[in-house]
Ligand binder design. Structure first.
Ligand code: SF4
Length: 402
């Protein structure tokens, strides 16, 4: 087979690498050279001066879950005293804070709560759309959709169509971890299998929703399994772009966050798990090269910290993610967000400029919302209070316990 320098040249010329070529480049190529080529490709495919970001908020609507993933520190089993389901008032207050920051979207996800039926989700989405029509609703993940489909004895297609009619704009790519069933059987045996994860995304893309692709490394998976996971994403992207032109908007990867608060972190095999910052940057660069049909790659400051996220902007990433405003999932393990749970817009600008780029605010489809051709002050980027829309709110009667 061709040597890794020729493979890099091939990729730099815009030619696709086969899975076997990809594996060789990933395992034998010089990581620094991969990062250089990944950066070249990024500069060619997206505005070379600009790094984009989103003003959004992560909201976790429930922590009840029956799926027991070994890497998860967030969930509580149904019946546990710490189980919660978010109230509309709390949700509304969070969104109003986001609006004050100039935010445009919420990313709302939760556990697989067996007490929440599809009508609960529909009512919530309808209320959100009616109350905050300017906010994009990117909610749930393929595994939550599968959970609702199983509870209701419906197809995932019917679930997604109903939720879309109720106001769902996008299906974020959470829960992909490694798209390889041998890995999934080991770390999350009750969770969505590879084919179902991809199928949920296939449907969401056909319905015109915003979708993203993710990968988490550090579960003791092999390099072959990582490449296979990326190959499956690349194939679905080809299929969706050819069929209707709506594929994944972005690829986002991070490393498994292990701590004493999750089973993998407590495992006596813990030394086999996890991945360091260099491996993160190397893998991000490889993904930029290998996923030749993706345009946008996000750096993950919440898991990797600011310095590594800035370095990722030279390893294939063109986007700095989002403000998040809160993070409750990886923060329960050892993520950077334990130290800095929210990022102000000013701080995002500061990081992007420190890395040598111009910040630009985008929406979830990566359309530019606002450009900044000069350095903005903290005062100019501070939140502006807005009038509440919750004055007449009456909480609906709970359909289910929670
Ligand atoms: S990762 Fe999601 S599905 Fe798995 S246990 Fe945590 S909340 Fe449940």
């Amino acid at each position: 087979m061709t040597n890794t320098k020729d493979l890099l040249k091939k990729a730099a010329n815009g030619e696709r690498l086969t899975p076997a070529e990809g594996l060789k480049l990933y395992t034998e190529g010089d990581p620094e050279a991969l990062m250089e080529v990944a950066h070249e490709i990024r500069l060619r495919k997206t505005d070379p001066k600009v790094v984009t970001y989103l003003v959004d908020r992560n909201i976790n609507y429930t922590n009840a879950c029956t799926t027991d993933c070994q890497f998860c520190s967030f969930y509580r089993v149904p019946g546990h005293p710490e189980v919660y389901v978010i109230s509309r008032r709390e949700l509304g207050e969070k969104i109003e804070e986001l609006l004050a920051w100039g935010g445009t979207r919420i990313l709302m996800q939760g556990g697989h709560n067996p007490d929440l039926r599809i009508e609960w989700y529909e009512d919530l989405l309808r209320w959100l759309k009616a109350t905050y029509p300017e906010i994009e609703l990117d909610c749930f993940s393929p595994s939550e959709i599968e959970n609702i489909a199983l509870l209701e004895d419906m197809s995932m297609e019917d679930v997604l169509e109903r939720l879309q009619r109720a106001g769902l704009d996008g299906l974020p790519g959470g829960g992909a971890e490694i798209l390889d069933d041998a890995v999934r059987a080991r770390i999350s045996p009750k969770k969505t299998k590879t084919a179902a994860w991809l199928h949920a995304m296939r449907i969401a893309q056909r319905l015109g929703m915003v979708t993203s692709a993710t990968m988490v490394i550090g579960f003791g998976e092999t390099m072959e399994q990582r490449v296979a996971s990326l190959t499956r994403l690349r194939e679905l992207q080809d299929e969706s772009l050819a069929a209707h032109g709506n594929g994944f908007t972005a690829f986002i990867m991070w490393t498994a966050q292990l701590s004493e608060t999750n089973s993998l972190g407590r495992s006596r095999h813990r030394h086999k798990y996890g991945a360091d910052y260099d491996e993160y940057l190397h893998t991000n660069a490889f993904a930029r090269i290998y996923l030749d049909n993706f345009t946008n790659f996000q750096a993950s400051w919440p898991t990797q910290g600011l310095e590594t996220a800035r370095r990722a902007l030279y390893a294939g990433a063109n986007d700095f993610g989002s403000t998040m405003l809160e993070e409750n999932v990886v923060s329960q393990a050892a993520a950077y967000t334990q130290r800095e749970p929210r990022m102000s817009v000013y701080r995002l600008h500061e990081q992007i400029r420190l890395a040598g780029f111009e910040p630009a605010q985008r929406d979830s489809r990566y359309n530019i919302v606002r450009r900044f051709d000069r350095v903005m002050t903290a005062e100019e980027l501070a939140p502006r209070p807005i009038p509440t829309r919750l004055a007449d709110l009456r909480e609906p009667i709970q359909l289910t316990p929670g």
